[in-house]
Design a protein around this ligand. Structure first.
Ligand code: ADP
Ligand code: NA
Length: 324
């Protein structure tokens, strides 16, 4: 069966962009592929954080994976740091990657912009990400559009390794949705919705309560026209709301344009508030149940054991091939 791997960082608040761009696809894929989904907590260390908060966010994200519908009997759920092979393979691949190619990573440039100094892990983390994927011999990686460049690097490293040291890795393909791969910020629809956004009005968290969802969507930036039309170039705000609406209700955007022909932005926003609250309420109820039960730790422990078996096998092949 085809292997799939993806991960999300346990930082900030998991938002509709993460959900619609990536996590919702995980839920669909669990019925079709041998899936490995992880909480990439080692990546979270690339920006210094409070250890207690990182621990809490790690559990929060793991519980959210279950709450949105990932079934631990179908998929392997684990925390990256609990599978040691990731760090080790990350080092081996740092000895395959070139400085020149890491210098070209847009995300590094963005995240380091304006900082007095950054940790070296921020620079090399795309290599660790490559290790995350390649250790599982994943052939597909469901991600949002912002990860496209990192996936290209992963493919490049895998090809180089296979050429220089012998065939070890499956070359992975990114799986980027046609719609939803780039959900935009509510307050800044020309930039992607982001966990690291400064304003809470940028995103809707999966754990936001109805009042907060209402406030944020009411404040969402639109434009000075009054026409509900999908046109991301000239109407990024309204188009973003249509994308979110479409994905949360499985309704084609053209159907929504018909439905709201002649209506104002207020009507669209009011309905989207209801749609969002209806979608997130059962997820939040399930999340609360999971956080109360002791089951989560057991699921993560079993997940790490299963993941380790696969990862260790690939790591062994890497070391053999490299002569260490
Ligand atoms: P963030 O970029 O919010 O810090 P991560 O880097 O942990 O989140 O990304 C987790 C997943 O969510 C990745 O597959 C990423 O591509 C996807 N993702 C992040 N932001 C968005 C967005 N605004 N729209 C669609 N997908 C997104
Ligand atoms: Na990201």
């Amino acid at each position: 069966m085809e292997r799939v791997l993806s991960g999300v960082q346990p930082t900030g608040n998991v938002h509709l962009g993460n959900y619609l761009g990536a996590i919702k696809q995980f839920v669909e894929l669990q019925h079709q592929a041998d899936c490995y989904f992880c909480v990439v907590n080692l990546h979270a260390l690339t920006i210094p954080r409070d250890p207690a908060e990182l621990r809490e966010k790690t559990l929060e994200l793991a519980a959210l994976y279950l709450a949105v519908g990932l079934d631990p009997d179908k998929v392997t759920l684990f925390v990256q740091s609990q599978v040691r092979a990731h760090s080790e393979a990350g080092w081996l691949l740092q000895c395959v990657a070139r400085m020149g190619e890491l210098n070209r990573m847009v995300q590094f440039k963005e995240k380091s912009k304006g900082a007095d100094s950054v940790v070296t892990g921020l620079y090399t983390y795309p290599v660790l990400q490559a290790a995350d994927i390649l250790l599982y011999q994943a052939s597909r990686v469901p991600v949002g559009e912002d990860q496209k460049q990192h996936l290209e690097l992963t493919r490049e490293l895998a090809e180089r390794f296979n050429r220089d040291y012998g065939e070890v890795f499956t070359i992975p393909e990114p799986m980027i949705g046609k719609v939803g791969a780039r959900i935009m910020g509510l307050d800044q629809p020309e930039k992607k919705m982001s966990k690291s956004a400064e304003s809470a009005f940028n995103y809707i968290s999966l754990l936001d309560d109805p009042k907060t969802i209402e406030k944020k969507l009411k404040r969402a930036v639109t434009d000075s026209e009054n026409e509900i039309r999908y046109d991301p170039e000239t109407k990024p705000g309204v188009s973003n709301l249509l994308v979110i609406y479409s994905l949360l209700t499985d309704t084609p955007i053209t159907r929504l344009e018909e439905k709201y022909a002649g209506s104002g932005y207020g009507a669209l926003k009011n309905d989207l508030i209801e749609v969002t609250v209806d979608h997130l309420t059962p997820i939040q109820q399930k999340y609360q149940e999971i956080r109360k039960s002791a089951e989560l730790m057991q699921i993560l422990k079993q997940g790490a054991e299963k993941a380790s078996q696969v990862a260790e096998d690939t790591l062994h092949k890497m070391k053999e091939a490299m002569g260490v």
